[in-house]
Each structure stands twice: as structure tokens, then as C-alpha cells.
Design a protein around this ligand. Structure first.
Ligand code: ACO
Length: 435
């Protein structure tokens, strides 16, 4: 990993003292003040709720320039990868740092295919969940449970020996799709379908999701391609909530599976990975209740609700993934001959919103979740499974970040400080004297 270069210093003037701190500049010239010695030198800490101004690490995985709408994985623009690469190739790129050779890619694809089966005993866990269990809860639990059946995966020493890490990655990427499909089958009361190693990664996954004993599902190539694209565009996104969670949990020395299970939980919330579900629900409501779009925009401005799939902590111009997905949604629906009124509503809503002063001032544009749900609907993925799909997509980014942190020569547990605002010291009052 290349490190940031120390270029100049920043002088901070405090009431009673002045301190010089190093300024680090990354490979894309983004500057940051290194405050790691601030408390030692001054007794002060920095406060940054939501971490909007805080770099938690140095990373060489993904670069985003939110003002310019740039997203690159290991230096490669997302537009080029979307056009010319595949999910597993991108997964390798993110995790191992370079595009794979032809041989490496073929072996990786094969390893993933060969490791999709779950330990047979894990089926009992699925039986134990109620049919109404949320698939994100099942996914997180079962990723953690996986490590019980593969204790060798818990060992975090010497990961780079004998391709151990490669095999762990292949197992994780493979099994996560099987867990997802099994939990879906459980929720609809259908028998689980086993992955088929003769099929490629996503064909086998779609087979596990949609085949029934009397009818084998054979998706059209456009469906497989759209799924691959959707997942690739979700593969990494720098230090977002779930990725930071993966690094945070991993920083304690927790194994990869425990860290991934935690990241799944972090992704679940409606302000993060759950936004694709909330966005479709919002579009459905607009459609069913025939709500005029101008009224919606007014309500959003009156703070009656958030426009789901809009806005982003980092992108303040446009989200390049949203542009790609908008085009992909059009293409897929056209190929499949589907007319989805929600796509029309989404486009019209975008038109109205992006011209409105409220959205312009706050630099709010469609994010990745605005059009992604339309694609998932067209593929036949039920709403409850949307965030699970996002998790499958984000897995390479979580793994890459976990490993980057694991490889740090000087490991440091994540442990932020706080500004305490509670009671100052007071004496304990026995219960009989408390009124
Ligand atoms: N609809 C309406 N107003 C919004 C929206 C929105 N979607 N997003 C932000 N705003 C407004 C806020 O009310 C705030 O206005 P104010 O300054 O007048 O108070 C201003 O824009 C800035 O918003 P913040 O909440 O400070 O922006 P932040 O960077 O903290 O939040 C977030 C980013 C969480 C994505 C936010 O835009 C949001 O909630 N969007 C809707 C949920 C969503 O789509 N999430 C998916 C994000 S992408 C992902 O995780 C994959």
C-alpha cells in the first residue's frame, strides 16, 4: 500500500498554546491534518459527529471525488469496469489489488463455484428460523454460523500462507449467495435448491433462488448480466457505515466472518443499504395513491419525509453509479419487455427534484439506490431481499478493507474518544432515600 506523503504542517492555535501538526497528502492530492498526536501534545481531541471530516484510515482501495462524481476501484474508473469487467474480476481487483490474470480469474471462478455448498447441518438453522424472519437477520446469523462449521476459517494467523486467504475469500463469496437463496426459499415455504457447480456464479445463484423441483429456472443472459452489473457497482464505496463497521470489528482481531456479519447488520438500516427498499416503497406509494410529484417535493421540503434514494454524504454532484443503473434499468426492462410504472415515476421525480432550489442548494441528487430497485424488481428479487443483494455486492469491499487493516504492520484497535456531557461526580444515594 502506498502511504500518504507528508507535505507541510498545520498550525492550530488554542487558547493557551499553539501546535504544529503534519499535513498528509494522498495520491489524488486530498489533504488531511494528522491529529494523531493532538491529544498527547495538547490534551484536546477533535469532535466530528458523523465523521464527515474524519479520515479513519489510509486506504488504497477505492477513490471517490464526490464533487466531481468520480468513483474508482484501485484506480480503475467505475464506468470502464461496468462496461468491460465482471463482479468476480472486480472482487479480485478490490481484494488483491490488481486485475487478475486469465489463469487467476479462471481459478478464482472455479474456487467460488466449488465452495457454494453449505455444511449439511446448517440446514437445521434455516429450519429454526420462523418463515417471517427478515433475510438480513438470517444472512448475518448464518455468516457467523458458517465459521462454526469451518473452524479453520477462524484462524487469523498466517493468512497469506498457501493461498489460505484466497480460499477463505472464495468460500465467503460463494456461501453468502447460497445463504441468501436458502433464506428466501425458507421465507416462501419452498424447498431449498442446491447450487450447481456446472453453472457460473450468478446463474447458479438465480437457480437457487427461483428453481422449483418441477421447473428449473434458466435466466436469460440479460438478467445475469444486469445482476452482475448491479453487484459490481455496489462492490466498494470507501469508508461508509458498513465498511467502517467491518474495519472496526476487525480492528479488535475478530475473524473475517464475525466482521462480515457485523457489516451486514450495519448495512441493514434505511439510511444505508436499506434505502433501496425504502425507495421502492416510496415509489409504490406515489403510484398507488396517485400522489402528484410536486406535492411530494413540497412535503420533502417541509421535512415531512426524506426523499429516499436521494442525497449522499460524499457525492455532491452526481452519483456515477446512479447514472449507470438508470441506463441499465432502461436496457433490461426493454429487453424483457417489462413496463414498470415505478421507473417512469422515478425519472419524473428526478426531473422535478433536480430543478428545485431546495435540492440544488443542498446538492441532492439520485444515489445508487434510486434506480437499483427497479433492476432488482425486473429480475424478480422480492423487496425483502434487496438489502441482502446489496450485501452480496458489498462483500468484496468489506473483505478488501478488512484485509487492508489486517495487513497493517502496526495494528491499532479502533477506539474513538468522546466529549462527555453527563453529570459530574456525585455521591451514591441508597434506594430508601430516593423519594
Ligand atoms: N431528502 C430530503 N432532504 C434531504 C435528503 C433527502 N434524501 N438528504 C439530505 N437532505 C437534506 C437534509 O434535510 C439537510 O437539510 P438542512 O441542511 O436544511 O437541514 C441537508 O439535505 C443535508 O443533509 P444531511 O442529512 O446533513 O446529509 P448527510 O450527508 O448526513 O446524509 C444521507 C446523507 C444519509 C444519504 C441522506 O442524504 C439521506 O438520508 N438520504 C436518504 C436515504 C438514502 O437514500 N440513503 C442511501 C445513501 S447511499 C448508500 O448508503 C448506499
Amino acid at each position: 500500500m502506498s502511504t500518504a506523503v507528508e507535505k507541510r504542517t498545520a498550525r492550530i492555535e488554542l487558547q493557551d498554546q499553539t501546535v504544529e501538526l503534519p499535513v498528509l497528502v494522498g495520491s489524488e492530492n486530498e489533504p488531511g491534518i494528522d491529529v494523531s498526536e493532538l491529544r498527547n501534545k495538547t490534551g484536546y481531541i477533535t469532535l466530528d459527529e458523523g465523521f464527515g471530516n474524519t479520515g479513519s484510515c489510509m486506504s488504497s482501495i477505492t477513490f471517490i471525488d464526490g464533487e466531481k462524481g468520480i468513483l474508482r476501484y484501485r484506480g480503475y474508473p467505475i464506468e470502464q469496469l461496468a462496461e468491460r469487467s465482471s463482479f468476480l474480476e472486480v472482487a479480485w481487483l478490490l481484494i488483491f489489488g490488481e486485475l487478475p490474470t486469465k489463469t487467476q480469474l479462471a481459478r478464482f471462478e472455479e474456487l467460488v463455484k466449488q465452495n457454494a455448498l453449505l455444511h449439511q447441518d446448517m440446514r437445521h438453522h434455516f429450519e429454526g428460523f420462523p418463515a417471517s424472519a427478515h433475510p438480513m437477520a438470517v444472512l448475518s446469523s448464518m455468516i457467523n454460523a458458517c465459521s462454526c462449521y469451518h473452524p479453520e476459517l477462524l484462524e487469523t494467523e498466517n493468512l497469506d500462507e498457501n493461498e489460505r486467504f484466497l480460499l477463505i475469500v472464495a468460500k465467503l463469496l460463494a456461501k453468502v449467495t447460497t445463504i441468501a437463496a436458502f433464506s428466501y426459499k425458507k421465507s416462501i415455504g419452498e424447498p431449498q435448491r442446491y447450487p450447481d457447480p456446472k453453472m457460473d456464479y450468478f446463474r447458479s445463484f438465480l437457480h437457487c433462488m427461483f428453481s422449483v423441483p418441477y421447473d428449473r429456472y434458466d435466466p436469460e443472459q440479460e438478467v445475469v448480466d444486469a445482476l452482475d452489473l448491479f453487484l459490481m457497482l455496489h462492490a466498494d464505496h470507501e469508508q461508509n457505515c458498513s465498511t467502517s463497521t467491518a474495519r472496526m470489528v476487525g480492528s479488535s482481531g475478530a475473524n473475517l466472518f464475525a466482521s462480515m456479519a457485523a457489516a451486514v447488520c450495519a448495512l441493514w438500516g434505511p439510511l444505508h443499504g436499506g434505502a433501496n427498499v425504502a425507495c421502492i416503497r416510496m415509489l409504490q406509494k406515489i403510484y398507488k395513491e396517485k400522489l402528484p410529484l410536486a406535492t411530494i417535493v413540497e412535503q420533502v421540503k417541509n421535512r415531512e419525509f426524506l426523499l429516499m434514494g436521494f442525497g449522499h454524504r460524499v457525492y455532491k454532484n452526481f452519483d456515477p453509479r446512479a447514472l449507470i443503473l438508470k441506463r441499465a434499468a432502461d436496457k433490461l426492462l426493454d429487453k424483457l419487455g417489462i413496463k414498470d410504472p415505478l421507473l417512469d415515476i422515478a425519472k419524473q421525480l428526478e426531473e422535478v427534484a433536480i430543478k428545485d432550489e431546495f435540492f440544488l442548494e443542498r446538492k441532492l441528487y439520485p444515489n445508487v439506490d434510486f434506480y437499483s430497485g427497479i433492476i432488482l424488481r425486473a429480475i424478480g428479487i422480492p423487496l425483502d431481499m434487496f438489502t441482502v443483494m446489496f450485501s452480496i455486492g458489498r462483500m468484496p469491499g468489506w473483505i478488501a478493507n478488512w484485509k487492508e487493516q489486517y495487513d497493517q504492520p502496526r495494528k491499532k484497535i479502533y477506539r474513538p474518544r468522546q466529549i462527555y456531557t453527563g453529570q459530574t461526580q456525585r455521591d451514591f444515594v441508597p434506594v430508601e432515600q430516593r423519594g
